[in-house]
Each structure stands twice: as structure tokens, then as C-alpha cells.
Design a protein around this ligand. Structure first.
Ligand SMILES: Cc1ncc(COP(=O)(O)O)c(C=O)c1O
Length: 452
């Protein structure tokens, strides 16, 4: 049987759930509720305090208790919409409750420090922890070379405009690539040269010619599960790339945003082939943890730490301390590793279902790359079919895909590629979604309209 105070908690929870107490609404005053419920004021105070502990309500001193939560409820997908266009992780697999505990613990442990100004390169204790954590990915670097950033995109965005020790000017970049990196280059009108990424990787001879003939300060590469192609380099390719960088004095920015999801036991990052500083390694916590935290890390060459510190300070002084403190606890407690183990299995399964679906449903003339991680893969459309039109056509059939045209620098643009992410698509919907894509391609093909 419920105690009086248990009954009060149940009643308030019910009112929150059925909307009688919407987010932001004030709870009945302690006095009024004790009359309504015919119980002591103490029972109400105890129940409200318990709800506060559960973060369901919050107290405003001398005013009252209010329901926690945003008034703008998230729009849920209509159940028949198959969304391959989302770049975020699967919502149902986001460990935000665990992270909430870590935030609370961080406040208990570090107190005001979580709310003070802090170091531009991040909490020292977290940088030590990251130095250990990165060893699991074969990245061995001291904490002095590690910076915590507000999402790995921030590290990329700061690096594009920093001077490099080789004194060179141009950026070499896989085409297509991660859209935000394209934005970082274009918004500053930086000189960049592209190298085509296909379902078989890049042409290393071509890359060597670029390194040899041009003034390349760094090569930006997403070494596994590339966005958008899904391509992962073999160890041989990575070794060769590092050798070329050493030979022609080019730096490499290795974006290993989803390295944690790699199930190939012997797959190394490029960093492992040259830990001296020639490879700048970036890590994201967005796809495998919570993108809204905006947490990432970068391993820098010693020679660039000072310049990077100044740039980071100028950009946002430092990454919010509370999320950093919580990350440290999340890593230290082993929660992160346990979470990754689960994700690997789930995404691996999605990847297998997707590949099977591609083989079954893509029509002749269409080809695909990637898919292993369950995140990104790319379909090349037959002939000169325009991705933009296919995306519009599929939208009418309740399937969302991403036109990959803006994932290229303008001179290298291809307009017949779409990017798919299965991270937010239920396993049992993947086959149906790909079938609809296959049918959509055929419909446009037969009509012979909407071509480039
Ligand atoms: C290849 C790649 N690198 C980096 C990022 C940026 O990640 P973050 O959220 O850590 O800034 C993304 C985000 O989608 C990405 O696809």
C-alpha cells in the first residue's frame, strides 16, 4: 500500500503526464494541496522534495515549485516516415539519464569549480583521462597535447586558419566530405584542392602528385566511416598516406569521429603510424554519445599548442566546464566503454541489414558505398539523375534522404549522389525504406525527366 506521501507523488506524476500540469506550470501551494489531499503539510513538503530530487519539478525560493521541461515538445516522427536524412544518433539509444547522473556527481565532486572560468584547453583532469581513453584507439599522446573542444567541428574550424609549421598554404580535402568542413573553408575563401573519394577510396598516385606539386599545409581526411561515402581506409592505405605526408612535409588532420564503432580489431588510426605530431587527430562525442553536449577532443603537435590555445580562447574562452566534468566521470566510471560495446553491436546489425537491402533493392545502374557503421552510406544514381529531384520525389513517398551536392567544393560538385544514415531508422524499416528508394529511382528513370 502506498504511503500518503507516495500517493501525492503518484498524483503529481499523473497530472504531469496527462497535461494538467504542463512544463513550467506551478504546482499547487503546499498549504492548498495539503487541504485538497487532507494530509499534513510535512507530507506535501516531503513529496515535493522527492519530485525535485527526481528532477521532475524545481523550486523557486519563496515562490513555489514548478514542473521541469520545455514547453516546445519535440515533434515525433509520424510512424510511417522513414528518415534516412538525420545526422544525429538514435534518440532511444542516447544515454542522457546516465549523463544526468554524471553532471550531478560532477557538481557534488567539483562544486563551484564547475561554474568558474576555466582553462582554454579544457579541465586538466579530463585531459589526463582522455590521454588514457584514447589509448584504446591506439592513440598514445600526453595530456599536454590534448585539447577539449566544443564539438570536434570547432577543432577543424580553428585549424583551417592557423599557420602550420611547414609554412604552406593550401588545404587538400576528400571530395565529397563532411559538409561543415566545406563551410569552414568556403566561409573564409581558403585555397583548397579536392581529391575524389570513390567506393574504392582515393587514387594515391593522384594524391602524391598534389602533395608534390602544390603547397599543401594539410590533408583533411575522415579515415573511417567517411561522411558521406561511408568509406574506411585499409591499414595499408593509411600507412601509405602517412608515408606520403612525411615525404612531402604535409600535415594530416585525421577526423576519427566514429573510431569507437570500428569492429575490425586490427584497424589502426593513421595517428598510430606517426604519433610525432604530423597527424592531428580529432575525436567527436556526438555520434556515440550526445551531440547537444558539443564535446570533442583534438591531439595537436607540440609546435601548434600555443597558437591553438590562443584561437580557442578567442573563439569561446573554453568549453563549458560542467559537461567536461561529467564526461570525465562518464569515462572514468566505465559507463562510456559499456555504452560503446552496446552501440557497436546495434550499429553493426543496422549495417548488415542495410547492405542486404541495397543488394536486393537498388536497380541496375545505381551503386552504393559504405554502410558498415550504420551511420553513413552513399548511393550514386544511374546516369545523370539529379539527387535533388529524387529527394523531392521520395519525400512525397514519406522517405527522407539527403542530397549530397553541397558536400562537395564547387569545382568538384557531383549532383547525382544521395547520402543515407540509418541511425534513426528502425531495423525493421530499413528494408522497406531502401525498397522505396529503389522504386523511386526506377520511376524517375522511366520518366526520363529530372535529369542533370
Ligand atoms: C565527419 C565528421 N566530422 C566531424 C563532425 C562534427 O562532429 P561534432 O559534433 O563533434 O562537432 C561530424 C558531424 O556530423 C562529421 O560527420
Amino acid at each position: 500500500m502506498l504511503t500518503k506521501y507516495g500517493e501525492i507523488i503518484k498524483e503529481i506524476n499523473m497530472r504531469i503526464e496527462d497535461g494538467r500540469l504542463p512544463p513550467g506550470e506551478r504546482l499547487p501551494s503546499v498549504r492548498a494541496f495539503s487541504k485538497e489531499f487532507q494530509c499534513s503539510i510535512n507530507s506535501i513538503i516531503k513529496a515535493y522534495a522527492e519530485l525535485e530530487k527526481e528532477h521532475k519539478v524545481y523550486a523557486v525560493p519563496k515562490v513555489g515549485y514548478f514542473v521541469v521541461g520545455s514547453t516546445s515538445a519535440h515533434d515525433e516522427n509520424p510512424f510511417d516516415l522513414i528518415n534516412f536524412s538525420s545526422a544525429g544518433p538514435d534518440r532511444s539509444k542516447m544515454p542522457y539519464r546516465d549523463y544526468q547522473h554524471c553532471m550531478n556527481q560532477a557538481i557534488e565532486l567539483y562544486k563551484e569549480e564547475m561554474f568558474q572560468y576555466s582553462e582554454p584547453l579544457g579541465l586538466l583532469t579530463l585531459r589526463h583521462r582522455l590521454s588514457k581513453q584514447l589509448q584504446d584507439l591506439q592513440v598514445f599522446a600526453p595530456s599536454e597535447r590534448i585539447a577539449v573542444v566544443s564539438g570536434s567541428q570547432q577543432a577543424l574550424d580553428l585549424l583551417v586558419s592557423l599557420p602550420f609549421p611547414n609554412g604552406k598554404e593550401e588545404i587538400c580535402v576528400e571530395q565529397p566530405t563532411h559538409f561543415s568542413f566545406i563551410e569552414s573553408i568556403s566561409s573564409r575563401a581558403l585555397k583548397a584542392v579536392g581529391i575524389e573519394m570513390t567506393d574504392r577510396g582515393i587514387d594515391l598516385d593522384n594524391l602524391e602528385a598534389i602533395f608534390r606539386d602544390r603547397s599543401i599545409k594539410f590533408f583533411y581526411t575522415v579515415s573511417r566511416f567517411q561522411n558521406p561515402t561511408g568509406y574506411s581506409y585499409s591499414n595499408y592505405e593509411k600507412k601509405r598516406l602517412v608515408e606520403l605526408a612525411q615525404k612531402y612535409d604535409v600535415y594530416i588532420i585525421e577526423d576519427d569521429y566514429m573510431g569507437d564503432l570500428d569492429t575490425r580489431r586490427k584497424a589502426d588510426p593513421m595517428f598510430a603510424y606517426d604519433p610525432s605530431g604530423r597527424i592531428i587527430y580529432t575525436k567527436s562525442f556526438s555520434k556515440v554519445l550526445l551531440p547537444g553536449l558539443r564535446l570533442g577532443a583534438v591531439v595537436l603537435p607540440n609546435a601548434m599548442v600555443e597558437d591553438f590555445t590562443k584561437a580557442k580562447f578567442a573563439a569561446d574562452v573554453h568549453t563549458p566546464v560542467l559537461t567536461q566534468g561529467a564526461l570525465e566521470i562518464y569515462l572514468e566510471s566505465g559507463m562510456y566503454n559499456a555504452h560503446i560495446q552496446k552501440l557497436r553491436k546495434q550499429y553493426n546489425k543496422k549495417g548488415s541489414i542495410l547492405k542486404q537491402a541495397y543488394l536486393e533493392h537498388l536497380p541496375q545502374g545505381a551503386s552504393f558505398s559504405g554502410g558498415e557503421s550504420g551511420f553513413y552510406s552513399m548511393i550514386t544514381l544511374p546516369g545523370r539523375m539529379k539527387a535533388e529531384y529524387l529527394a523531392q520525389h521520395l519525400k512525397k513517398r514519406n522517405v527522407l534522404v539527403q542530397d549530397a551536392t553541397n558536400m562537395y567544393l564547387p569545382p568538384y560538385r557531383k549532383e547525382n549522389r544521395i547520402r543515407l544514415s540509418v541511425s534513426q531508422v528502425e531495423d525493421q524499416q530499413i528494408g522497406l525504406g531502401v525498397k522505396k528508394i529503389g522504386e523511386g529511382i526506377q520511376e524517375l528513370f522511366l520518366r526520363k525527366i529530372n535529369f542533370i
